[in-house]
Design a protein around this ligand. Structure first.
Ligand SMILES: [Zn+2]
Ligand SMILES: [Zn+2]
Length: 775
């Protein structure tokens, strides 16, 4: 028996959690020794020399596989955090650049910080003669730009800059495009939903322009682990035949994974101690025990509060330890980030608290422990954060649950499933109508649209171009019969400037900070009334603002920094009108449909609620006109007679409403999205269906495929929703089951018991044989 087994810094902590039940699940993930390959002799001698110079004598097996795959065709790499993914695309790129003096490469990153880190990594090979990386983004000065176009052979940029700055000005980049050999798309899992649907169009435009200059660049993608990497790669790029490299050959330390639930404080309401307070205690204890830790929060506000709580906790007992914890904020310069990383590496810092936002881009390698506070939205991103845990042969990865429905769904009821759950699929739709048409305009500006463009823009481009022609945006330019092209009606236009990659519709409201005059961002018009109405507390990059004024005429919201202790929730009425049926099937005893709907919303009032306990601080009236937008939806028609056998007529609406909430809460389990991306409506009588009907719609104008996935996997949606409700110990509904933080009816009426009966009724039909249609 190993008597002197080294005591881990978290032993006491886990013992305590085991004793009082807060530690709901723990699992030991074994270490992996790693599998290695020698450096391939075929690599260019200069590159081999560079690798040896920086101490790389061998590769992980997956890096070598990725290199060979990239020599063959398009590739996507999805190995874990800190597994040396960059090397997978850097090696083939550098090899090409060493061989061909004229060759160019384009690297796309979703954030500036990540692009900076990668530029630094490329420079570290010491191949300065052959490899000249430069960052080209919004901060690049005019003089530098011309120089980069001429001199850089690796251009690191973001999709937004490619879309608005590079593609429309391709003539200035003629030499670059004519020699573009490699395109790298890192962090590809970020490109999903609205953003992904735009980026998919930008990458198609990129391939189209490259082809116009006679090149066909090799595409290399890297992504966090997701359920559908090859599908994502194909949808993003429009190319087929991607090789998947997912067999991680990097060595991994042994890691303990723990799911931690704050203790119940009130049985009936289901209330628990706040995740923040609980996490602060855990982190303070780890620091005391000498562990190096990182703690991930959802918002900047959370980061501030958390750092304060931990510092206070430490200062009370060991004042000298309080200085060992620091917040890590987005927006740090590269220099500041390096300093922080060095302090962490040198032990002057033991813990950092940060947001889970991607702007992180911090190059800290691995630490002893990683604590993720509340569910980050996807299992994929949770695993990525957990991947930071593990140093000197061991690590602790903690997920600390919040009170939200998904948190408790996993934590209290199905922790084992959580650990084994397959990660989600990344969904996007490059032909989402509003997005697609606007990129066609951008493409037309970059070069007349012609038959040959079906290869890049898809077979339906011509139908969409004809619509744009009738709308007066494009005109035909006659060439020979049957070969006419489409060009912009207004030749002086610059359509890319009107398309934001982060928003589904062109109409948007600007959000301006009155205290600084700074433009913070914009929000889709369809959402403006409910998100930036007067008095709304608005979050931007994790920071809180209060809306002073919503100027409908000038389409802007004036906001100022906010430090109050409440949040706001709009009260609104919603109507849906079915515009077009696209698909229909009978399942679970209901008629399930998918199609286009028009959603009309009127924001009537808003409620202030206290952050700490969600208590109501008052309802304030608003006077706003209705807004409407078209989007995709699924809806299902229930049998009124069968329903009222299960649920009393008074409880009917509450039962449907609670069913809708539960289904929306679990939808992110099958399609990577946020519940804020989805809307719903339940009614005991819909004028078009004539029966009780529940609608679940894509919250972005045009839709990006989320409800299409839900339509296809409706049975899972019902089963997950049933389990969500059935497993919740509360008496009559709580935020962990049927209450929704975004309900336009402020969670009225809701019947938890009724929803359970409705869902059980549906699922009882799953076992029945298919009904034979009457002839
Ligand atoms: Zn509940
Ligand atoms: Zn609701």
């Amino acid at each position: 028996m190993p008597v002197d087994r080294r005591r881990e810094p978290w032993s006491a902590l886990l013992d305590a959690g085991r004793a009082d039940g807060r530690l709901v699940r723990e699992e030991r993930r074994g270490a992996a020794a790693g599998s290695f390959s020698p450096l391939p002799a075929e690599l260019h001698p200069k590159l081999l020399e560079g690798l040896r110079r920086i101490g790389v004598e061998r590769l992980y097996a997956h890096q070598e596989q990725a290199l060979r795959a990239a020599w063959d065709g398009p590739t996507i790499v999805t190995t874990g955090t800190a597994s040396g993914k960059s090397m997978c695309f850097n090696l083939p790129t550098l090899d090409v650049l060493c061989r061909d003096r004229r060759a160019r490469a384009l690297y796309l990153y979703p954030t500036k910080a990540l692009a900076q880190d990668q530029a630094r990594a490329l420079a570290s090979f010491g191949l300065s003669e052959a490899v000249r990386p430069s960052i080209y983004d919004g901060d690049t000065s005019r003089e530098e730009r011309a120089q980069i176009r001429r001199g850089a052979n690796v251009v690191l940029t973001n999709p937004d800059m490619l879309h608005v700055g590079i593609l429309p000005n391709h003539a200035a980049w003629a030499d670059f495009f004519a020699n573009l050999a490699v395109v790298v798309v890192d962090e590809a899992h970020v490109y999903r939903g609205v953003f992904g649907s735009h980026v998919a169009n930008v990458l198609r435009r990129l391939r189209r322009i490259a082809a116009a200059y006679g090149t066909e660049p090799r595409l290399m993608l890297a992504s966090a682990t997701i359920a559908n990497p090859v599908e994502l790669a194909e949808r993003l790029t429009g190319l087929e035949g991607f090789a998947l490299i997912d067999d991680d050959g990097s060595p991994r330390p042994e890691r303990k994974v723990a799911i931690w639930n704050p203790p119940l404080t009130d049985e009936a309401s289901g209330a628990r101690r706040s995740a923040l307070g609980e996490a602060a205690e855990l982190l303070a204890q780890l620091v005391r025990e000498g562990a190096r830790a990182i703690c991930f929060m959802k918002s900047r506000k959370g980061v501030e509060v958390m750092s304060r709580l931990v510092t206070e906790d430490l200062a009370a007992k060991d004042p000298e330890l309080a200085a060992l914890v620091a917040p890590y904020r987005a927006g740090y310069t590269a220099q500041q980030r390096r300093e922080l990383e060095q302090r962490l590496a040198g032990g002057e810092l033991r813990a950092i608290v940060t947001t889970d936002a991607l702007e992180l881009g911090i190059d800290i390698g691995r630490l002893d422990a990683a604590i993720v506070v509340t569910f980050p939205g996807t299992v994929a991103s949770l695993r990525q954060m957990w991947g930071r845990a593990g140093r000197r042969g061991r690590g602790l990865a903690v997920y600390l649950a919040g009170e939200d429905a998904l948190d408790q769904f996993f934590c209290r009821r199905h922790p084992e499933e959580f650990l084994d759950r397959p990660v989600e699929s990344a969904i996007l739709d490059h032909e989402s109508p509003l997005i697609y048409r606007r990129h066609l305009l951008c493409a037309a500006h970059e070069g007349p649209l012609s038959r040959a463009d079906a290869e890049f823009l898809g077979p339906r481009w011509e139908a969409a171009a004809e619509q744009l022609e009738s709308a007066g945006e494009l005109r035909r330019r006659a060439a020979t019969v049957g070969a006419e092209t489409f060009v912009l009606r207004r030749p002086g236009g610059y359509p890319a400037a009107d398309v934001s990659l982060r928003s589904a519709s062109p109409e948007s409201f600007a959000i301006v900070d009155v205290s600084s005059g700074e433009l913070l961002g914009s929000t889709e018009s369809a959402r403006a009334h409910s998100t930036v109405h007067e008095g709304a507390v608005y979050m931007h990059l994790g920071r809180s603002y209060e809306v002073r004024e919503l100027d409908l005429g000038r389409r802007r919201a004036m906001v100022s920094p906010f430090s109050g202790d409440w949040y706001t929730q709009p009260k609104r009425t919603t109507d849906t009108e079915i515009v077009r049926l696209l698909d229909r099937r009978e399942t679970l005893g209901v008629t399930l449909s998918f199609g286009e709907v028009s959603v009309t919303e009127t924001v009537l009032a808003y409620q202030r609620r206290r952050l700490a306990d969600h208590s109501q601080l008052g309802l304030l009236a608003l006077d706003l006109p209705p807004t409407s937008f078209q989007t995709q939806a699924l809806w299902f028609e229930l049998d009124a007679t069968a329903l009222t056998e299960r649920v009393s007529i008074e409880r009917l609406l509450g039962s449907l409403h609670a069913t809708e909430h539960a289904q929306i809460a679990v939808l992110p389990l099958i399609a990577m999205c946020d519940r804020w991306d989805i809307g719903g409506l339940s009614t005991n009588y819909h004028p078009q269906t004539g029966v009780p009907t529940i609608f679940i719609y894509d919250g972005h104008p045009g839709g990006v495929g989320i409800t299409r996935t839900a339509f296809a996997r409706f049975e899972e949606l019902c089963e997950d929703a049933r389990r969500l409700i059935a497993g919740c110990p509360c008496a009559s509904g709580c935020p962990s089951c049927v209450q929704s933080p975004k309900c336009g009816n402020l969670n009225e009426p809701l019947s938890k018991a009724g929803a359970l009966l409705v869902l059980e009724g549906l699922l009882s039909r799953a076992a029945e044989p298919e009904t034979v249609p009457a002839l």
